[in-house]
Unconditional design. Structure first.
Length: 80
């Protein structure tokens, strides 16, 4: 089992509910265990679990980064 935290920056929008929409899209993804909106350099912190590092890479590259409005991600794999 691979666990990681994703630090995500989201672009701005004229819609006040834009961040909420992005958060809900992320929440639907299999492997997402927790998601928090935060203040600071990043907008969201997401805890994910996958079976392998390859699965983690696919989750981040194909699913998370594919959501409209996500600008950047940074992945922190939990080591111990």
């Amino acid at each position: 089992m691979v666990e990681a935290f994703l630090l995500i920056r989201v672009g701005s929008s004229e819609s006040l509910n834009f961040m909420k929409t992005v958060k809900e899209e992320i929440r639907k993804i299999k492997g997402v265990k927790e998601i928090y909106g935060v203040f600071g350099r990043h907008d969201l912190i997401v805890k994910v679990e996958t079976k392998t590092l390859e699965d983690l890479g696919n989750l981040v590259s194909d699913k998370i980064r594919g959501i409209n409005g996500i600008l950047t991600t940074e992945t922190l794999v939990i080591g111990f």
